[in-house]
Design a protein around this ligand. Structure first.
Ligand code: BES
Ligand code: MN
Ligand code: ZN
Length: 476
């Protein structure tokens, strides 16, 4: 873990143990590590022309600084970014600037070493100090950024952990542990409670595993709990996250090469845990409830079969044509539960739902599906602002025909097994279970499940879309 702080000290008066990062207007490929005449280390890095800097290049720059420090095995670095003279960054405001700085330092210092033997020779990046402290408001933004980044890193820890080490009940225990000390209430519906609530879809997905399914519910009443039923002014924001702790595909087993990363199939649920922690720590004055349907899509003689028909909590029957389309099943029941017991004012779900989303957009952004244009616009705007990019696809009624089942109310994949519009198909299925009068958006985060080299982050889980969701809660 790297210590990250702001200092009032000037760059030149810093202790000589710090390697000073000096940014130049050279091309971002240019860099030199030099020893100055006073015997201090200085790393000169090209950052490109100031006038061309954008929020996107700024985030990458911060991460590159940290990656570079790590690759040179520097233990203490100092950064000075003040008075940058970058018009496009200044337009975002200083609070955005400081929060983004802290978030990205935090995300970039992260490593996942849980399963690695520590070598004595390994040098760690111990400390990052940022010179040129800002106003109290800017300091507060910096500190909020650290909290948000730290929460996203906890999300990454959960997602990076192997499926066998974080089965549904262990995920629930871990979530409880992470929420400890925050002003949240924590509840887990175990398998028996799931049966009692008639959540037949969540039950079906989880029943093949030794550790049965559960529903994790985390409440945060930052604006005060509703005192009477139907108090719309206090209605919470509902965040629903897919918590498939491991996805073998079920009896429609995944081929090799497609299964080994499926311990990350709870990235949506993990993001909700991280988001709840961040908003509770920041004391945001909003009401938010997170729902994480957790299940292992396992193979055993008890597993659901292709062709089985299960009854959802909503009463709708579902023909499970494909056992690998399990995420939508668990989310459907969690959404019904959220609406029945909490009547939220808006609902978002995040899920590593389809491989088809990667085919559609690549690995740079998540895909948003909603009928609510303003919600779609908000998520796109906040995505650009936070770095957790999202881009829309349509959720037109025309697509509903795909899921018309012969024997049940709907099927979980296209009845003709078509591979077309697979990402939309997932959203269309969920739309059958979304609240009727409440704005709802589905975010397919499968494209962002795993980092890519241009992210300048550690390999593995990205912790998205925690930054986006925190901003959403703040602004909605
Ligand atoms: N968890 C997967 C989707 C996924 C694939 C996420 C690759 C991240 C990377 C999901 O449960 C799944 O298996 N979806 C199927 C749906 C299909 C059977 C309609 C898929 O995408 O192939
Ligand atoms: Mn699957
Ligand atoms: Zn899955």
């Amino acid at each position: 873990m790297t210590k990250i702080s702001l200092t009032t000290k000037d760059f030149s008066t810093l202790d000589s143990k710090y390697c000073r990062i000096v940014l130049t207007e050279d091309a971002p490929t240019w860099h030199r590590l030099v020893e100055t005449t006073d015997g201090k280390l200085e790393y000169r890095m090209g950052a490109g022309k100031r006038k061309n800097a954008t929020p996107r290049t700024y985030r990458t720059l911060i991460r590159t600084i940290v990656q570079t420090a790590k690759s040179h095995q520097l233990e203490n670095i100092a950064i000075y970014l003040g008075a940058m003279g970058c018009p496009k960054l200044e337009a975002m405001g200083n609070e955005w600037f400081f929060r983004t700085l802290a978030e990205n330092l935090q995300l970039a210092q992260y490593e996942f070493n849980k399963y690695k033997t520590k070598k004595k020779s390994d040098k760690e990046l111990k400390e990052i100090v940022v010179c040129g402290v800002g106003t109290p408001a800017e300091k507060q933004s910096f500190s909020a950024g650290l909290t948000i980044g730290e929460s996203a890193n906890l999300t990454r820890d959960i997602a990076n952990t192997s499926g066998g080490d974080l089965t549904p009940s262990k995920l629930a225990a871990e979530a409880k542990n992470i929420m400890k000390g925050t002003k949240t209430t924590f509840k887990v519906l175990n398998t028996a409670a799931i049966k009692k609530e008639k959540m037949g879809l969540l039950e079906a997905v989880g029943k093949g595993a030794e550790d049965g399914p559960c529903l994790i519910v985390i409440e945060y009443w930052g604006a005060g709990k509703p005192t009477k039923k139907g108090d719309k002014t206090k209605a919470p924001i509902a965040l629903v996250g897919k918590g498939i702790t491991y996805d073998t595909g079920g009896l429609n087993v995944k081929p090799s090469g497609y299964m080994h990363e499926m311990h990350m199939d709870m990235a949506g649920g993990a993001a909700m845990i991280g988001t709840m922690r961040a908003i509770a720590k920041l004391g945001i004055k909003k009401n938010v409830v997170a729902f994480i349907p957790a299940a292992e899509n396992a193979i055993s003689e008890r597993s659901m079969r292709a062709g089985d028909i299960a009854t959802s909590m909503s009463g709708k029957t579902v023909e499970i044509l494909h056992t690998d389309a399990e995420g939508r099943l668990v989310l459907a029941d969690a959404m019904t539960y959220a609406e029945k017991y909490y009547q939220p004012r808006v609902m978002l779900d995040a899920a590593t739902l389809t491989g088809a989303s990667l085919a559609a957009i690549g690995q740079f952004a998540s895909i948003t599906l909603t009928k609510d244009q303003s919600l779609s616009d908000t998520l796109m705007k906040l995505g650009e602002e936070s770095g957790d990019l999202t881009w829309p696809l349509p959720l037109w009624d025309e697509y509903k025909a795909m899921l018309k089942s012969t024997r049940a109310d709907i099927s979980n994949i296209a009845t003709n097994f078509s591979r077309y519009a697979g990402c939309i198909e997932g959203g269309i299925f969920l739309s059958h279970f979304a609240p009727k009068k409440t704005p709802w958006a589905h975010i397919d985060i499968a494209p962002r499940m795993e980092s890519i080299p241009s992210d300048k982050l550690a390999k593995g889980a990205t912790g998205e879309p925690v930054r986006l969701l925190v901003r959403f809660v703040e602004e909605y």
